[in-house]
Design a protein around this ligand. Sequence first.
Ligand SMILES: C[S@@+](CC[C@H](N)C(=O)[O-])C[C@H]1O[C@@H](n2cnc3c(N)ncnc32)[C@H](O)[C@@H]1O
Length: 287
Amino acid sequence: MLSYQHGYHAGNHADVLKHSILTLILTRLTQKDRPLTYMDSHAGAGLYHLEGDQARKTGEADSGILKLLGLNDAPNQLVPYLSLCKRYHTDGAWYPGSPTIAAELTRPGDDLILMELHPAEHTQLKGALDSDPRAHVHHRDGFQGLVALSPPVHRRGLVLMDPSYETDEDYQNVAKAASALMRRWPEAVVAVWYPLVSRRKNATETLKKKVAECGKGETLCAELCPAGISDNEWGLYGSGMLIVNPPWKLEDDIAECIPWLTCALADDSRGTSDYGRLVSQEAEGGC
Ligand SMILES: C[S@@+](CC[C@H](N)C(=O)[O-])C[C@H]1O[C@@H](n2cnc3c(N)ncnc32)[C@H](O)[C@@H]1O
């Protein structure tokens, strides 16, 4: 089933959390000279038009990225993400998806491996990254692809897993793929985005536990709910990111940025967030 299209949700609060953390990770990884691989198992279309029919139909970016573009008190660590978004927005109301953010923040010797199964999204993704010789765009199942293509040539790197969670199977597929991936490529940094929806609370807790068990070391977690936690069975009230094998200092970056993002995105004063180490629960506010 491939009915999900990210264009309806591009630039919403969940994208802001995911892409802020993606930027923090890539900023840390590119501080060392050695080349890296960026792998995106569910890459989407690459670029989204915030004035297009899909984005205007939901207006989700209005309470997401568009709320942040006019602010100038963001922590330094968020400046690369916000500057990129401002540039794309000024240049025709575009919003950069994860492959575009990765292409912008990586270097000439780095590799980009991008997978997308939806035929129309795949065609758009190819178009968006056409001129980038580092981009390998695959029309294939991302859960299988990330295992089959691991380990890559450059073993320093990041894998983003960002499925749509349209079905309950996506929760199990993420945990299985993360486990198989870590056996083949144990040094990878693995970032997993997940939705917070009350009817899937158990599946979410199981996902977090299983993904954390895949890594050799610590797993970080960050969750953000702009209008607080909701009992509404169906609505997406927030989202989270798990980071297995986080780069050095990422935990500090997250602690610096998430409180600001929560205030900036909050609906009245109801916004909440939770972040820290998942396994040890050492950090205050651990997920
Ligand atoms: C949440 S969107 C991705 C957004 C993108 N990562 C970003 O941040 O800009 C999920 C994407 O996964 C695609 N998809 C769904 N099932 C897939 C699968 N098994 N393998 C690869 N892509 C899939 C959907 O078509 C959709 O474009």
